[in-house]
Ligand binder design. Structure first.
Ligand SMILES: [Zn+2]
Length: 551
């Protein structure tokens, strides 16, 4: 803070996307005591310059509000980075090489743990224990898939957990098996629990280290606020309350407390107690995560009509309803009445409908509250349900990075959905046109945490790694860049009840700002996803800064 009434920080000579209600642009911003005090032309903010003001010359580069991420798993992503991290690799050989190297370098670890393998690298999406046994025969291996819905284990892990041909599938998952019934080493959804229950717990030190690493990474990508999509008392909650208690939590975080689907309404009292007990600083545990289905790639996403088999014939499988839909109505009504925000996971059209029906029941019982329910993922939405988002005030929480042609989509999803439902996927433009509020996020570490890459796919519907090679996926659902940016700023602020504070660059709001290395709105400057964040400010304080900022 300066003593002379001048600004602490001036950004000028740029292209400032204010994201105010008129979506206006400006050239300069002045910040004092962490708040935005002026937005306008270079001349208009000139009066705020004092001898101790820091002046950043933008030279035509863009400034946006700090980005939000409406659905992300930073603690597990950060912990994953500390372990056997397969995220940047492709193909069985590359995975096995990395796993072998990691095992050799960590001979003291009783378990080899990690994540980040992709289903698209395996026939039918299913890996096998034999491959792991070849590189790690003598220690248990437990590797989560990139989307977190399947676990790949070796024979030692199955043996230690006592999983055999006789072990039944749990209700909420499937143990993939060889022809003779023996477990093959892939555990789908809730079946992961048969081995997970004997895993050594992450230590508090590992969880805190993971969150610290993740927070730095999110800030480096311009993210200043997020909603953690799964917070449990023995994992994420420890990390957040520790970091927040030490004053080290710089991000503004809403926590979605995990709804234990093995239990019922009896857990609500505990959720209320945790909300009261653990809110510290920037950590607000005010949301509840209700996971209603699985994913389409492994046939656990909840569909109204059955999946198709590889020959295009309907199967018996309609996927899972993780929570009984009638019970869900009651839970959501109670949670809404208590001021909790319902945060649903829903991928298939039936799961989306069950979530909407639950909110409708809550609205009927409680009237329209301000809890702002949101449904994350919304991969397949029945056309009859598109308008209900706006009508019910349900925020559409989209992960746009998935809305493109890529291996999982083309090989695992489209054949199983069939031609009609394929066109119902990720209908972002239709949702906006029907009056829905869009908020976007990454689901990191399922996929990249980089909002600029995600915005590129929302705008182009082509994966960044297939630029110029593949056609856009359902091009009628493309968004304008400003609409995509709004979903990562206005929309994420709204979903986190922070729109009075952040989400746009306006006088009086907190100075959460992102400086990019170029004019984002000049499409001739290259793909959106190639833009880089060169500075991130929270309350006017730099939380990430590249040397390029001062060039
Ligand atoms: Zn998630």
């Amino acid at each position: 803070m300066t003593l002379d009434g001048a600004a602490d920080l001036i950004l000028r000579g740029g292209r400032v996307a204010t994201m105010d209600s008129r979506r206006s642009f400006a050239a300069a911003v002045a910040v004092r005591d962490g708040r935005i005090v002026a937005v306008g032309s270079d001349e208009q903010i000139g009066g705020w310059i004092g001898p101790r003001s820091r002046i950043v010359e933008l030279q035509g580069r863009s400034v946006t509000p700090g980005f939000g991420d409406a659905h992300v798993h930073p603690v597990s992503a950060g912990v994953g980075r500390l372990r056997c991290d397969l995220t940047s690799l492709h193909g069985l050989d590359a995975y096995l090489a990395k796993i072998a190297t990691y095992a050799a370098a960590h001979s003291d670890e009783a378990w080899i743990r990690g994540d980040g393998w992709s289903m698209s690298d395996f026939p039918g999406g299913i890996p096998h224990r034999d491959d792991l046994d070849r590189v790690v025969p003598d220690r248990p291996v437990y590797l989560e898939s990139r989307d977190g819905h399947t676990v790949w284990v070796n024979s030692m892990a199955l043996a230690l957990a006592g999983v055999t041909a006789e072990t039944p599938d749990p209700d909420d998952g499937r143990i993939e098996r060889d022809a003779d019934g023996r477990p093959g080493g892939a555990l789908q959804e809730g079946a992961a629990g048969v081995v997970e229950r004997i895993l050594p717990a992450d230590t508090p030190e590992e969880l805190v280290a993971g969150l610290r690493l993740a927070q730095a990474e999110l800030h480096s990508l311009g993210i200043t606020t997020w909603q953690d999509a799964i917070v449990t008392p023995d994992r994420e909650e420890i990390a957040y309350t520790t970091l927040a208690g030490r004053g080290e939590l710089t991000g503004r975080v809403v926590a979605a407390l995990w709804w234990d689907r093995a239990r019922g309404a009896d857990q609500i009292e505990e959720l209320v107690a945790r909300r009261g007990r653990t809110a510290i600083g920037r950590y607000a545990p005010t949301s509840v995560k209700l996971m209603q289905d699985g994913v389409l790639e492994n046939g656990t996403g909840g569909l109204i009509d059955p999946y198709f088999d590889d020959d295009g014939r309907p199967t018996q499988n309609r996927g899972l309803s993780m929570i009984d839909p009638e019970a869900l109505k009651g839970y959501v009504t109670r949670l809404d009445a208590l001021g909790f925000q319902p945060h649903f996971h829903a991928i298939g059209d039936r799961a989306v409908r069950e979530a909407l029906d639950a909110v409708a029941a809550a609205r009927q019982a409680n009237g329209t509250t301000d809890t702002r329910p949101h449904i994350a993922h919304i991969q397949v939405i029945h056309p009859d349900d598109i308008g209900r988002f706006g009508e019910l005030g349900v925020i559409a929480n989209a992960q746009p990075y998935w809305a493109c042609h890529e291996a999982q989509m083309d090989e695992l999803t489209i054949p199983r959905l069939g031609p009609e439902r394929t066109t119902w996927q990720y209908p972002f433009a239709s949702l906006l046109a029907a009056g829905a509020t869009l908020a976007m996020g990454s689901d990191w570490a399922v996929s990249t945490a980089d909002p600029l890459l995600e915005m590129e796919v929302a705008v182009d519907r082509v994966a960044d790694y297939h630029r110029g090679e593949r056609p856009p996926f359902l091009p009628e659902q493309r968004l304008d860049l400003i609409e995509a940016l709004a979903a990562f700023t206005n929309g994420t602020a709204r979903v986190n009840h922070l729109e009075q504070e952040v989400g746009s660059i306006e006088v009086g709001k907190a100075a959460d700002l992102v400086v990019l290395d170029r004019d984002l709105f000049d499409r001739a400057a290259g793909p959106i996803g190639e833009a880089r964040v060169i500075a991130t400010f929270i309350d006017g304080v730099s939380v990430h800064e590249a040397p390029a900022l001062e060039v």
